[in-house]
Design a protein around this ligand. Structure first.
Ligand code: GCW
Length: 672
């Protein structure tokens, strides 16, 4: 089995080992392009045909290419699977219909990507795709744009490295200050993404440094070559651009969006990009954020800034993803009025309705920064006349650097399903696009921690169907990644992975306190950010802890929510325990809804969470010999680090609370 899991190319096959395609590969598949001729069908259809061909060649089945009635086309060969592309079938964009009749499974799509996703649907079902009990149904994505943003640099950045916040080695795209000459692995990556449902990729860091800025102009050829790798897999490429590009690349003396020369420069630049990449997706922009240039320098709004780029892209169908991550990162900890959590709402909601049709305001899921526990950003509920994207992070910046097992779908499905008005409408309903920062690098396992592959896979799948349960998703991923494995593998993976988000939360920052992280955002740093210019997060003193964000006595952030949440969060009586310290400053002895005091809760969760990591590491040993040795060892080593790190978190956080409160641990664990 180990050989199957590692492709000959030297990188791990992830969720597409040959064995996962064998149920299809053993059978006869007919691809019916009656309406669209194979030659005219384009690269996506060609990729599907090539997949079927390769799978059948490997496993002894057969591909039948038919340009009219397939069952008759090949004498007495009856296909087990018929993939039909029929633009007149009336199916939703990227969608497909599945049915089983007369001993054959039929997948019909109205566009090429629908065919691609229908094909991978069959792969996911495995043998089940050929079961007469297969349920008929139509499938279509909940979100039309399912995008991964890469924070990859072309040049190695002196602080952030090749991939900013990357924990899986170097970039898949760039090395040695240029595009990698051999891009085969990018093609393999695109194929994996297509199987998960992702259809857009932004290929460079939103912090656009000097070299990377040139991807828009004289290094555009690199983007062309990346687009060639992604195109057959139905993925359009996007580029992060600098708002100051008209100056840094164009030689103008301004980037004021109201200056006609600036607008002309963007229009001309967009025209050149589309001449080279006709299916180019658009721009991603981080402006007036953490030192990146933006419209504020000219007294213009973010709508003014976004629209000038949008108008350049509009004739070609491109989109601007304009990030709402705008806040003051030069705060003074002595200033107790400024609240970073308020910033995105304060900057953006007055602009609702002022963005052009092809601008999407991209909002981080929480008001701060990808923390383990934040309330969902109120911006998502406050811009009904603006297209919005929900931004998530697959890369585990604050969630354990792909050293800790942290199953992100458990957090994401909570976010996607959250109801801002408690009336049935969810975040998934209000966010048009779903975007996440990729966790991939040139590591052999793609994601550093092999189990972090489940996060990458889960992102695409949840962006397609936010109603999928994290537990079912895990089973799906295990079924593909470890096909034919001993049943114990699945059981152990379920034990280790499910609940891992809650475990991480238990031993790290408690009750919605954020940023208790150390340098690089790894490991405990209870006071590391407390007196920094980036914002203040817990205000611990001898009496209590937490940030007062109420309207009554605090920063007023709770008022950014619609009802019922504005009142729910405002009141100590109703604020959920897990967000208590995000919204309130309370005494250590404040009694939670759970019945425990804050301080005892902290003692217990840290003790229990760290203990749980020991069990996880122990449990992993049960698959020794049942999975590929290299994977077994990698996960084992990382679990050992997770146990060590969780112990450090436990001891520091418990001790901090003990030293500040003087309250002993009722359960009597060690305090230092
Ligand atoms: O989470 C923070 C990161 C930065 C990142 C920034 C952002 C790309 O620490 O590294 O910069 O967010 O989202 O722009």
């Amino acid at each position: 089995m180990s050989a199957d899991l590692m492709s000959t190319s030297g990188w791990h096959a992830a969720w597409l080992p040959d064995e996962a395609l064998a149920p299809l590969g053993r059978r006869v598949t007919a691809v019916d392009l009656t309406v669209v001729s194979a030659s005219g069908a384009g690269p996506v259809v060609a990729a599907v045909v090539a997949e079927v061909r390769a799978a059948t060649e490997r496993s002894g089945g057969r591909l039948v290419l038919a340009d009219d009635d397939v069952t008759a086309a090949d004498g007495d060969v009856r296909p087990d699977l018929v993939l039909v592309l029929d633009p007149d079938a009336g199916l939703p964009a990227e969608g497909y219909a599945v049915e089983r009749a007369d001993g054959a499974t039929r997948v019909t799509a109205s566009d090429d990507r629908g065919l691609l996703y229908g094909f991978f649907h069959v792969v996911r079902l495995g043998e089940g795709a050929f079961d007469d009990a297969l349920a008929a149904g139509t499938h279509a994505p909940a979100h039309a744009v399912r995008m991964l943003d890469h924070w990859d640099n072309v040049d190695v950045h002196d602080v952030m490295g090749q991939v900013e916040r990357g924990y899986a080695g170097g970039s898949l795209f760039y090395a040695d200050g240029r595009l990698r000459p051999d891009l085969r692995r990018v093609g393999a990556y695109a194929r994996l993404l297509a199987a998960s449902g992702v259809n857009r990729v932004a290929v460079n860091n939103v912090n656009v440094h000097r070299t990377e800025a040139h991807l828009l102009t004289d290094r555009l050829g690199d983007v062309v070559r990346l687009a060639e790798q992604f195109r057959p897999w139905g993925i359009r490429v996007h580029l992060a651009v600098s708002f100051a590009a008209p100056m840094t690349l164009g030689g103008l003396d301004t980037c004021d969006p109201f200056d006609p020369a600036v607008a002309d420069w963007w229009a001309d630049t967009a025209r050149r990009v589309y001449a080279a990449i006709p299916d180019f997706g658009g721009f991603v922009v981080k402006a007036d954020s953490e030192g990146q240039p933006g419209p504020f320098a000219y007294g213009r709004t973010h709508a003014d800034g976004a629209n000038v780029l949008a108008r350049a892209l509009a004739p070609f169908g491109g989109t601007v993803h304009w990030r709402a991550f705008v806040y003051d990162h030069h705060q003074d900890w002595r200033d107790r009025k400024t609240d970073r959590a308020r910033a995105a709402y304060d900057h953006f909601t007055p602009l609702d309705g002022k963005f052009d049709e092809n601008v999407v305001v991209q909002v981080k899921f929480g008001p701060l920064d990808f923390q383990v526990r934040e309330p969902v950003s109120p911006v998502l509920a406050a811009m009904p006349r603006t297209h919005l994207a929900l931004e998530l992070q697959v890369t585990q910046e604050y969630t354990g650097h792909q050293k800790h097992v942290y199953y992100l779908p458990e957090q994401w499905s909570e976010i996607l399903g959250w109801e801002p008005w408690a009336d049935g409408r969810t975040v998934s309903d209000v966010a048009r696009d779903v975007v996440a920062v990729s966790n991939v690098g040139d590591d052999r396992f793609w994601t550093g921690h092999p189990l972090a592959q489940a996060n990458l896979y889960g992102f695409g799948r949840l962006a397609w169907d936010p109603a999928l349960s994290p537990s079912d998703l895990l089973d799906e991923w295990v079924g593909l990644t470890f096909p034919g494995a001993d049943a114990r593998v699945r059981d152990v993976l379920r034990d280790v992975v499910l609940g891992s988000r809650a475990t991480y939360e238990q031993y790290t920052a408690p009750l919605g306190v954020c940023f208790m992280v150390g340098p690089g955002h790894y490991g405990p740093g209870v006071d590391f950010y407390e007196y920094s210019p980036w914002g203040t997060y817990h205000f611990a003193d001898r009496d209590g802890i937490g940030v007062d964000r109420t309207r009554a006595s605090g920063t007023g952030y709770s008022g950014q929510y619609p009802e019922p949440w504005a009142s729910t969060y405002e009141s100590l009586e109703t604020c959920p325990d897990e967000l208590l310290l995000f919204f309130h400053h309370v005494p250590y002895t404040h009694v939670l809804h759970s019945g425990k005091t804050v301080v005892q809760h902290v003692y217990d969760t840290h003790t229990d969470g760290a203990a749980r990591t020991v069990e996880m590491a122990r449990r992993w040993e049960d698959v020794d010999g049942l999975v590929e040795p290299a994977l077994y060892e990698r996960v084992g080593e990382l679990l050992a680090e997770q146990v060590r790190s969780a112990g450090e978190w436990r001891d520091q956080v418990r001790t901090y609370f003990w030293r500040h409160s003087g309250v002993p641990d009722a359960r009597g664990g060690p305090l230092y």
